[in-house]
Design a binder for this molecule. Structure first.
Ligand code: NAD
Length: 252
């Protein structure tokens, strides 16, 4: 079996690629290195530099490789920044995904696995459960939910199987801690390494749940074997709320 993993030079994508290789899958690793690093890509994967926005490159790749599965993890995941990089957000996170969905339909991919986000839920929807109707409130969340809806349409119209995962605050080896617009564990780690105070928004009473990468990546990688999951969206990750004071203390 052969899989395309987009975003394979990034944090979660590199771990998903490693789990797929461990399970005997032939893996093609695509990434434009805008937010990842070449050395993150597992050595046994077949490295293919390129952008998910390059439809001609993707078209050649799909025609040549005949993928059984597509794991689409490439994105620029700076949610708070997405208001200020609207076009870039939609070009990368929405149109890049649509390119892959189109080609997956054309080339009869068996299942398309997409990492969405809990950003689809929007504010004040707690606890976040899959039974809720998403109300994303920023361009990043809107693009993720639009892709979820397009996958559902592609399944209804063309029978494309898919599985959506909505991770949240994943941490672990190869996490990007250099981008101050990304998740809080990376931001705190960066600030601690620089000897700077931790940035706390609002009254500091907010809580977060965190997920270790090895609890998330194998679930995503192995999901395609479970056909009962096709056409479904899943929150994936830890469910225990952690208060920011404990986060700060544990980081220290
Ligand atoms: N890390 C989290 O806690 C978290 C939470 C929710 C959702 N997600 C989603 O999971 C996926 C992976 O996130 P991550 O934390 O590993 O991020 P990451 O930035 O470490 O990895 C994303 C990778 O995508 C690549 N990329 C970006 N634009 C691209 C393009 N146009 N073409 C090809 N490659 C491109 C980047 O170079 C990077 O290597 C993303 O879709 C993200 O939205 C992550």
């Amino acid at each position: 079996m052969k899989a395309l993993v987009t975003g394979a030079a990034g944090f979660i994508g590199s771990h998903v690629a490693a789990w797929l290789l461990r399970d005997g899958m032939d893996v093609v690793a695509l990434d434009d290195l805008s937010g990842g690093a070449r050395e993150n890509v597992p050595a046994a994967a077949r490295w293919t530099p390129g952008s998910v926005t390059d439809y001609a490159l993707l078209g050649d790749l799909f025609a040549r490789e005949k993928f059984d599965y597509v794991y689409h993890l490439a994105a620029y995941a700076a949610e708070g920044l997405s208001h200020f990089i609207r076009r870039y957000n939609y070009e990368t996170n929405l149109m890049g995904s649509v390119n892959l969905i189109n080609l997956s339909v054309l080339h009869h991919v068996k299942c398309f696995v997409f990492t969405s986000s809990i950003a689809v839920y929007g504010a004040n929807q707690l606890p976040m459960t899959e039974a809720m109707t998403p109300h994303p409130e920023d361009p990043y969340g809107v693009s993720k939910y639009a892709v979820e809806l397009d996958l559902a349409a592609a399944r209804r119209q063309f029978g494309l199987n898919y599985i959506v995962f909505r991770p949240h605050n994943v941490y672990g080896e190869r996490q990007n801690i250099g981008d101050k617009y990304r998740n809080v564990v990376g931001i705190f780690m960066n600030q601690i390494l620089r000897g700077e105070p931790l940035t706390i928004f609002g009254d500091g009473e907010q809580t977060r749940a965190f997920s270790y990468i090895d609890d998330v990546a194998p679930v995503i990688a192995r999901s395609v074997w479970n056909e009962a999951a096709y056409g479904e969206a899943f929150n994936v990750g830890g469910g225990t709320a952690v208060h920011r004071q404990r986060i700060g203390r544990d980081c220290m």
